[in-house]
Design a protein around this ligand. Structure first.
Ligand SMILES: Cc1cc2nc3c(=O)[nH]c(=O)nc-3n(C[C@H](O)[C@H](O)[C@H](O)COP(=O)(O)O)c2cc1C
Ligand code: SF4
Length: 415
């Protein structure tokens, strides 16, 4: 199956680093067009395209830009969220590596549209190898007056700097990211006020995913209808996904929304590894739901996945085959969240600790009925009582496992 080349259209068309090559392809034209077209008309195109944020929450980007513009503050910020801390997710690093200028173009547009003059690329610590390339791209932009006091002669001011986090999963969450930017431990804050009103330095901050920014530039270049030509009425456009696990061709692919999970695994992942038999997929990262092989005819759309209790999330698809043990898999996920819980709220901090005991017993085959009761109760408390999306959504793999894989929760006779 052929990849769609919409957001990734210019991958391989230049080396990804030379600004003049990017400009020759038509790069930064959308910024000039914005100056002629006006902000409202520009945001209207994004809204019309139906683009939803690709960081996980799927918030409509058009509305987000409008709200960012309406936010009041003496300084405003656009933060490109390149934290990409969800296990199994590695698509943003490709967007940065293969076409950093398109991300920057999206940031400039988002900055002008939201009246922000300062941009920050927030990158996870593990992506240190990209620092030099990103800083070099920013330098080239300044040299060509693409960034600075008078962006491309449009009269708008916008500049960008790079910030590297210390490598914590929760730092991808808007408030934790802002705290991290301020030099503090990455911990979420209570809402309201929201990040858009009082984020970094308690000033209006537009935290937006790397892929969303790349999509903004592509959509403005090609028009809302060209984006809507892909996908479904609710899930418009394309999605950049990362497939890993038991497939022959793990990697990053741009696909149209609407394919089934089987079509994605066979058409892009190259089929099950060495012809093995599928068992389940986890969709959307470690906090994503599990779907058994019998349901791989589910369509990869926001609405299709929601109907079975899952979500698109970060765009990760991790594939497991029959040699994988679901109980071990759940234990590993539990260990991840236990390690990554920032400890600020009790349901997540203590819930993960208790869950850890239960998952250990389950994996060891020593779980009893009380453990299962505890499992269900922890899920309820974490889902309803956690302060941020981490604790609230990490229950999804455990809940979908309980729903779709009763065999994993069957107790041994002696227990
Ligand atoms: C625990 C946690 C981790 C997150 N990690 C990321 C991340 O690595 N990258 C990202 O873009 N969004 C992440 N998000 C979502 C962001 O909070 C935010 O919704 C997103 O960056 C907004 O951008 P979008 O509108 O383009 O999706 C995370 C959320 C939570 C709760
Ligand atoms: S849910 Fe977890 S990660 Fe989020 S604030 Fe509470 S303890 Fe921290």
């Amino acid at each position: 199956m052929e990849q769609v080349r919409y957001i990734t259209e210019w991958f391989g068309r230049y080396d990804g680093q030379n600004i003049d090559d990017y400009i020759k392809l038509g790069g930064f034209e959308t910024v000039r067009q914005l100056a002629d077209r006006g902000i409202e008309a520009t945001v209207a195109i994004i809204a019309e395209s139906g683009l939803q944020g690709r960081g996980g929450a799927a918030y409509p980007t058009g509305i987000k830009l409008t709200q960012a513009r309406e936010a009041i503050g003496e300084r405003k910020f656009v933060v490109c969220n390149a934290d990409e801390g969800e296990p199994g997710t590695f698509k943003d690093r490709e967007l940065l590596k293969q076409n950093i200028y398109q991300v920057i173009e999206g940031m400039i547009v988002a900055g002008i549209c939201s009246d922000a003059k300062e941009g920050i690329i927030y990158i996870r610590e593990e992506y240190t190898w990209q620092h030099e390339a990103i800083n070099d791209a920013i330098r080239q932009c300044r040299d060509r007056k693409v960034l600075g006091e008078n962006v491309l002669g449009t009269g708008y001011a916008f500049d960008i700097r790079l910030f590297s986090g210390a490598g914590a999963y929760v730092c991808g969450e808007g408030f934790a990211l802002c705290e991290s930017l301020e030099g503090k431990p990455g911990r979420p804050r209570t809402k309201p006020p929201f990040v858009k009103q009082a984020g970094y330095l308690r000033l209006p901050t537009l935290v937006i995913n790397t892929e969303t920014l790349s999509a903004i530039a592509s959509i403005l270049r090609k028009g809302a209808d060209s984006f809507k030509a892909y996908g479904t009425e609710i899930s418009t456009g394309t999605k950049v996904i990362s497939i890993s696990g038991k497939v022959n061709k793990p990697g990053v692919y741009e696909i149209p929304f609407g394919l089934t999970i089987s079509e994605i695994i066979d058409g892009f992942g190259g089929g099950m590894k060495d012809g093995s038999k599928g068992y389940f997929v986890q969709i959307g990262g470690a906090s994503g739901g599990l779907l058994p092989v019998g349901m791989w005819n589910t369509r990869y759309t926001y609405e299709g996945l929601e109907a079975v209790g899952l979500s698109v999330g970060s765009g990760a698809i991790v594939v497991a085959d029959e040699t994988n043990d679901l109980r071990d898999y759940l234990k590993v996920i539990g260990e991840f969240f236990l390690h990554e819980s920032c400890g600020k709220c009790t349901p997540c901090r203590e819930g993960n600790r208790q869950l850890h005991f239960v998952l250990n017993n389950l994996a060891a085959g020593t779980a009893d009925a009380a453990d299962l009761k505890r499992y269900d109760s922890i899920m309820n408390v974490m889902k309803g009582g956690s302060l941020c999306g981490s604790g609230k959504t990490e229950v999804v793999p455990f809940l979908t496992a309980r729903k779709y894989f009763p065999e994993a929760f069957r107790l041994e006779e002696a227990n």
